[in-house]
Design a protein. Sequence first.
Length: 275
Amino acid sequence: MKRTAPQPLIDVQVETRGRVSAEDAEYAQDKVRAVFDEAPGPVLFARVRLTRFANPAMERPVTAQANLDVNGRLARAHVAGSSATEAVDLLRDRLAAVLARMAEHWEARRGRTHPPGAAHEWRHGDEPAHRPGYFPRPAEEREVVRHKSFALAFESPDEAADDLERLDYGFQLFTDAGSGEDSVLYRTGTAGYRLAQVHPRPDLIGPVSAPLTVSPAPAPRMTITEAKGRLDVTGWPFVFFTDAGTGRGNVLYHRYDGHYGLITPTAHESTTTAV
């Protein structure tokens, strides 16, 4: 949905890392500003980060990330490209898709509810091909270089799906409002979303509008070292596990640079994850 009134012109802040030219930064400003009129509200703030990694082995060495404040709600997109121009063009397309999703009437969608596990046609798109992969760094060189610990969002699977898409995440770690269980939601291609929990309680998950299946297996109880081993062996983008010490749901994931990121929860309160 396009807005009928043009957006007020605001500055798009551009941060660069590595060998990124001034022309590339200006190109990013123009491309991101061009999507403002597609936002469902006024864009109050916009920031872009362009990063070029020096490693010649990377097929897509340039990443582009945008963060927009759309009338108080965060919109985010994160892509990778073989050049700065390609990355910025992908960023513009992805950001437009995120803003289009924000313009949907989410409350109306919730009127079409289904029990978890029911079969649905998947209409939100497969796992986005634009998403940055990760550099295949040797396992012995990988370290946890980013550890974020904060209160998880206390929300429904529908709200988690909305956050995942609006913020362009690969997964959403949250506390399910119906069961009180630490949970992770992620895309599963044409099947829709998959929900995993520390202790699966599908009976306590209310009707949802998102096409959702629930894993019957509890999150494996592990140490961080054991989670690293599983991530290395499986090659999965992330591992959801129950921390052996705290009993809470954690996520260990591959970063774009080939190292690990770790998310651990603290006390319950309404907030949103960020990866």
